[in-house]
Design a protein around this ligand. Structure first.
Ligand SMILES: Nc1ncnc2c1ncn2[C@@H]1O[C@H](COP(=O)(O)OP(=O)(O)OP(=O)(O)O)[C@@H](O)[C@H]1O
Length: 683
């Protein structure tokens, strides 16, 4: 097992998969450049180095670490079950060895001279020992299987929690990063499921090793020469299994971008919210064609894999057959030379068969453990990377090798108090200042904000206007503590947001986002989402819900629902209702009001509202601002003329500021846009 599993010298398998042209036409050749150029840079080059390390020596080196990780995970999932699984398997192995050795007694008695009834009688005590140890071994194995089965869901829960804890806390910009998303896809779709498998296969490795040790120990006792012969039969199978696993893993890595693209396309073709547009824009042939292009590529790569795996398996089987024949020839020679008696040879045959079975199981388990360990490694690497992208001031619990149990959602209060030693946001604050803020999205060449400064005083409605792409949403996200600026800062009185735990910022800001989520929950939960104990079931008596619904106009929407606030807003489930765009928007606005935060950020809150609802909403926003502060982003300039102050953004810079009259008198972009909109109503 010492050779490195390199298929062509120093060339990693993945690169080879990529470069080799296939005369038969069912190999990938150089598919990403020729067939799927849009995915080429992302996938292939990023993983070459990683795969180059994956040889058999590497596997041998990594396996103990994988097993240790599995053991640690299982231990943290449930100590009693882990201890029971290990000790029951060890005990079962002992009884296997004991049963094999007792077989020698049976055979010795049976092969001795004398009348048959006497020989059978002599064999009975050893036979009883064999029967007893077989029964005990089976009982122990069954109990071990049970404890092992109990571990699986517990391990699964731990790993799921860790991943989702990390993805929901990671910096928002991480989710704009395509390599982060690729890694997330691998970790979620494959790596996360690998965790219980790793644990299971690690236990199987233990079981196989114990069974193998029992057979090997028995053979060693019977005749020392038999032992290396038995081990020889393991080499071909081990080689074949590891090579096969590596091929499969390389293929999975090669196809991760394809799988993600296919998944996106499949959701476009199956999800209800896209169905109308798919038809109206006659997108079906395009989507099906795209899907088929990726599926065809995947099929070609997978056919190549199947062929290589079959060749590998046949080679391994042939070599194993030769090795097994060698073992039996050696045993025959030992018998022929009279170096072992017949009874011992008989036991040796049984021990070899038992050893081979254990060996096959062991090799299979090692292979599976290693393969799943690779996927599990992806999961761990992703979780580490995602945890590293949790902003430090979010103050997550210290990273651990396993997930931490989350506080029960219904009892988790919004984080209002800063931890000791951390400054808290002033309550109430006097003014919020944005000072010289710059921001560039990761991977973008141009900054979205360039030295923006503005001020909001308590109780004011401040409007942000500007053409598409001028940076309004980006600025509002920085003010909501969702992005950290590259330069400059946001201060609440004298406290900089950068010094305050993010949870505290988020609990003090309510955002009615431009792109909001249609939460597939009840109408009540759509309003109370994320705020206090009501966030799970909803408190039917909560006056805050009624007030927020009234202020946003959601009250009329809920009145028409079959089960009022308890109506499920998801047509995919029985009894679920669907809302119109404007009705959804009223609920989103209600959610913002319900949070009752000192700073309300409204990003295009009226885009889908009818004229009356829009008019009412802006009135309500003004009412809401009494004692609180509102940042209003909108293209409906008639609604901002009553704002206390208006900032005009152009290409990420504030170019105008003042109230409506000042800006109209200035005759700049604001006046242009306002006059344009007003003239549309005049004619
Ligand atoms: N997630 C992102 N990744 C990279 N660039 C982004 C991202 N979101 C926005 N941008 C870029 O940042 C700039 C400002 O976008 P932003 O959404 O802040 O504009 P906006 O003023 O809110 O536009 P609109 O009026 O259309 O809503 C744009 O050039 C946009 O392309």
């Amino acid at each position: 097992m010492g050779t490195r599993l390199r298929i062509t010298g120093r060339l990693p398998l993945l690169a080879r998969l990529r470069r080799r042209p296939d005369p038969a036409g069912d190999e990938p050749g150089d598919p990403f450049e020729s067939e799927l150029p849009e995915l080429s840079a992302l996938v292939w080059h990023a993983r070459d180095g990683e795969l180059a390390e994956t040889g058999m020596g590497t596997m041998a080196r990594r396996l103990p670490a994988v097993i240790a990780q599995a053991a640690g995970l299982a231990w943290r999932a449930n100590r009693a079950d882990t201890a029971a699984t290990i000790s029951l398997n060890l005990a079962a192995g002992l009884f296997t060895a004991f049963g094999l050795l007792a077989t020698t007694g049976v055979l010795t008695a049976l092969f001795s001279a004398g009348p048959t009834p006497g020989r059978v009688r002599d064999a009975l005590p050893s036979l009883a020992l064999v029967a007893g140890s077989v029964a005990l071994r089976s009982g122990l194995q069954a109990a071990a299987g049970w404890t092992q089965a109990r571990l699986e869901p517990q391990v699964q829960r731990l790993v799921e929690l860790r991943l989702y804890e990390a993805t929901t806390a990671a910096d928002l910009t991480a989710l704009d990063d395509s390599s982060f998303l690729d890694d997330l896809q691998r970790a979620e779709t494959r790596g996360m499921n690998a965790a219980p498998q790793v644990v299971q296969h690690a236990v199987d490795v233990l079981t196989g090793a114990v069974g193998m040790a029992a057979a090997a120990g028995t053979l060693g006792v019977l005749h020392p020469l038999l032992l290396p012969l038995l081990l020889l039969t393991a080499v071909p199978e081990g080689w074949a299994s590891v090579r096969s696993a590596r091929l499969r893993y390389a293929t999975m890595l090669a196809l991760v971008g394809v799988a993600r693209r296919k998944w996106i396309l499949s959701s476009l073709m199956t999800e209800r919210r896209h169905a109308a547009e798919v038809r109206a824009f006659t997108m079906r042939p395009f989507l099906l064609g795209e899907y088929d292009r990726f599926a065809a590529h995947q099929r070609r790569v997978e056919l190549g894999l199947a062929r290589r795996q079959t060749t590998t398996k046949i080679t391994g089987d042939v070599l194993k057959g030769l090795a097994t024949a060698g073992v039996y020839v050696a045993l025959g020679l030992l018998l022929w030379r009279g170096w072992v008696p017949l009874a011992v040879a008989g036991t040796a045959v049984l021990a070899i068969r038992s050893g081979q079975t254990s060996l096959v199981n062991l090799v299979f388990a090692v292979n599976q453990c290693y393969e799943e360990g690779l996927y599990f490694g992806d999961y761990l690497a992703f979780c580490d990377a995602a945890e590293a992208r949790i902003p430090r001031r979010a103050l997550p619990p210290p990273p651990a090798a396993v997930p931490r149990p989350a506080p029960p959602a219904e009892t988790a209060p919004p984080a209002r108090a800063a931890p000791p030693g951390r400054p808290a946001l002033p309550d109430p604050f006097g003014r919020i200042q944005v000072r010289d803020v710059t921001f560039t999205y990761p991977g973008s060449d141009a900054p979205s904000l360039r030295g923006v400064s503005l001020e909001l005083r308590r109780g004011e409605v401040v409007a942000l206007v500007g053409e598409n792409g001028s940076g309004k949403t980006t600025l509002s996200r920085i003010m909501a503590g969702l992005y950290d600026p590259d330069g400059g800062e946001v201060r609440w009185d004298e406290v900089s947001l950068a010094d305050v735990p993010q949870d505290e910022v988020w609990s003090r800001v309510a955002v009615i986002a431009q792109e909001y989520t249609h939460w597939p929950m009840t109408a009540r939960q759509n309003i109370t989402m994320g705020r206090g104990p009501a966030h799970r079931a909803g408190d039917p008596e909560d006056p805050g819900v009624l007030a927020a619904a009234r202020a946003s106009g959601a009250e009329e929407v809920v009145a028409d629902l079959a089960r009022g606030y308890d109506t499920l807003l998801d047509r995919r489930f029985q009894g679920g209702a669907e809302l119109s765009g404007g009705q959804w928007q009223r609920l989103a606005v209600a959610r913002g009001f319900y949070r009752d935060a000192p700073l309300l950020i409204c990003d295009e809150p009226s885009a889908s509202l009818d004229a009356r609802a829009e008019h009412l909403l802006f009135d309500r926003i003004r009412d809401h601002a009494a004692g609180r502060t509102v940042l209003l982003i909108t293209h409906r300039l008639a609604s901002v003329r009553y704002a206390d102050r208006i900032y005009v953004l152009e290409h990420g810079k504030v170019t105008e500021e003042g109230d409506h009259d000042t800006l109209m008198a200035r005759n700049g972009l604001y006046a242009d846009l306002y006059t344009l909109q007003a003239s549309a109503y005049r004619c």
